[in-house]
Ligand binder design. Structure first.
Ligand SMILES: C[S@@+](CC[C@H](N)C(=O)[O-])C[C@H]1O[C@@H](n2cnc3c(N)ncnc32)[C@H](O)[C@@H]1O
Length: 207
């Protein structure tokens, strides 16, 4: 299997169940949401790349003017539409490398290392820049290499035992791969950006 098939087999549902999450991952997820909210001006129009079941936009509903989320996994989008419950949140199925939107947003987010699981990272970042043109308005959460032990425990709890962890990625049973990043590599891939640490296991790259 590859990541597309692994997500389609229901990985996200299991991953978001707190019972599967090591303590370090639970605190990372909480801190990530708080930091993204802080970096997002009140009243922003926000587009979420690989939104899964839309938990971030739903969590920011009281803070943002418009939330548009998309994901290529139709079952996740169906869940998001059902859960949304706010008139200014919209969800649809799309691929992050070719987003069928033309409107400009104030902020584009790609959360919880979603970018680190995507195969064509530069195409996704190009789309984030196209839809949110202002410098500093692209917010991308990515893991640091120090996250490997916590993520290994988490992935094993999800049924994906880690087979190999290199400087750049974790390869887990069932065909799931997830990358992590040094500051140098992030700057190579994203160009100038501000890196906001989340504990010692992740960053929000603000580009
Ligand atoms: C790590 S999950 C995070 C989901 C959500 N952002 C969250 O934090 O709850 C990654 C998500 O990205 C989606 N995804 C991966 N590659 C994608 C692509 N090229 N286009 C759209 N969605 C993609 C997957 O289906 C999955 O829902």
């Amino acid at each position: 299997m590859n990541n597309v098939e692994v997500y389609s087999a229901g990985l996200l549902n299991k991953a978001l169940d707190p019972a599967t999450q090591p303590v370090a991952i639970r605190s990372f997820l909480r801190a990530e949401t708080a930091l993204l909210r802080e970096l997002m001006p009140r009243g922003s129009r926000v587009v979420d790349f690989g939104c899964g079941m839309g938990r971030h936009l739903m969590g920011f509903a009281d803070h943002i003017a418009l939330g548009v989320g998309f994901d290529y996994e139709a079952a996740s989008i169906a869940a998001a539409v059902k859960l949304a419950g706010a008139a200014h949140l919209y969800f649809f199925v799309a691929d992050a490398t070719a987003v069928p939107l033309t409107a400009a947003f104030d902020v584009a987010v790609c959360t919880t290392n979603t970018w680190g699981t995507m195969s064509d990272k530069s195409a996704v970042f190009d789309e984030m820049r196209r839809l949110s043109p202002r410098t500093g308005s692209r917010l991308m959460t990515v893991y640091a290499a120090s996250s490997v032990p916590a993520r290994s425990e988490w992935y094993a709890n999800l049924g994906h035992q880690v087979l190999q962890a290199t400087d750049q990625q974790i390869v887990a049973a069932g065909g799931f791969t997830s990358e992590h990043f040094t500051e140098e590599r992030l700057r190579e891939l994203l160009g100038p950006c501000e890196l906001h640490p989340i504990g010692d296991i992740a960053y929000v790259a603000q580009c």
